[in-house]
Design a protein around this ligand. Structure first.
Ligand code: ADP
Ligand code: MG
Ligand code: MG
Length: 251
């Protein structure tokens, strides 16, 4: 599904090299987690995959279902099935949440050559999916994320994801700032979306999210590279012993 080879990335404005040869393959239907100390390049990896400005790929490649991602504009990447849930979801004053979702869904359908959803069909689907995430009708009418609590913003991101039905979902510290109940809701939302044709890359600082979203594979990222890969037990090792042992071992 997602294939990253020898990816090197630097900041556009500075000489600072951030990613120094990332290799990662996420198979269809699998959930991979990336953990790692602050500043290791986890967010940079997700930004570069989504096509955010300010970064320059100096070497390597990244593809989604065989399609070269790095050649595509951000909206083309989304149309190809990539979705990134941000650590800090943006507020969009003046644009109703429901209108935003409907526009996004229909743009997506159009780019795939599918018919637009009728207003009634859209409403039915969005209400049903919002209910699972305990998002009430009021939140659907309000401007996107404006005045939403941290937990509400994260749930709203998962709703966006549920509506767009992406193939490859990247969640960057979706758990940060969530209380236990909100984290459960978000995790349940993600778990409900797990399917054979959909993969996840879950970036997290803490093992606790991975108690709820059970990963197939866990990677440790440090200093711009993936330095260790294992099963869920690797996350427990980090939780118990921190990163020091693993980093010492790979050095
Ligand atoms: P992580 O998500 O693992 O905490 P980041 O990808 O956010 O790591 O950052 C990796 C490194 O790159 C850090 O040293 C960070 O300070 C630096 N960095 C990332 N983006 C920028 C930027 N726009 N300007 C300056 N430094 C940046
Ligand atoms: Mg980060
Ligand atoms: Mg650009």
């Amino acid at each position: 599904m997602l294939e990253i080879k020898n990816l090197h990335v630097k900041l556009e404005e500075e000489e600072k090299q951030i990613l120094k040869g990332v290799n990662l393959t996420v198979e269809a239907g699998k959930v991979h987690a990336i953990m790692g100390p602050n500043g290791s390049g986890k967010s940079t990896l997700s930004y570069v995959l989504s096509g955010r400005d300010g970064y320059e790929v100096t070497d390597g490649e990244a593809s989604l279902d065989g399609e070269d991602l790095l050649d595509l504009e951000p909206e083309e990447r989304a149309a190809a099935g990539l979705f990134l849930a941000f650590q800090y979801p943006v507020e969009i004053p003046g644009v109703g949440n429901m209108t935003f979702l409907r526009t996004a869904v229909n743009a997506q359908r159009k780019s795939r050559g599918e018919e637009e959803l009728s207003a009634a069909d859209f409403l039915k689907v969005v209400r049903e999916r919002a209910k699972t995430l305990k998002i009430d009708a009021d939140m659907l009418k309000r401007p996107v994320n404006v005045g939403f609590s941290g937990g509400e913003k994260k749930r709203n991101e998962i709703l966006q994801m549920a509506m767009l039905e992406p193939k490859m979902c990247i969640l960057d510290e979706t758990d940060s700032g969530l209380d236990v109940d909100a984290m459960k809701l978000v995790s349940e939302g993600v778990n409900a979306l797990r399917s054979e044709g959909r993969s996840f890359l879950v970036i997290t600082h803490y093992q606790r999210l991975l108690d709820h979203i059970k990963p197939d594979v866990v990677h440790i990222m440090a200093n711009g590279r993936i330095v260790k890969t294992g099963g869920p037990e690797l996350a427990l090792e980090v939780e118990n012993n921190g990163y020091a042992d693993i980093l010492a071992e790979v050095e």
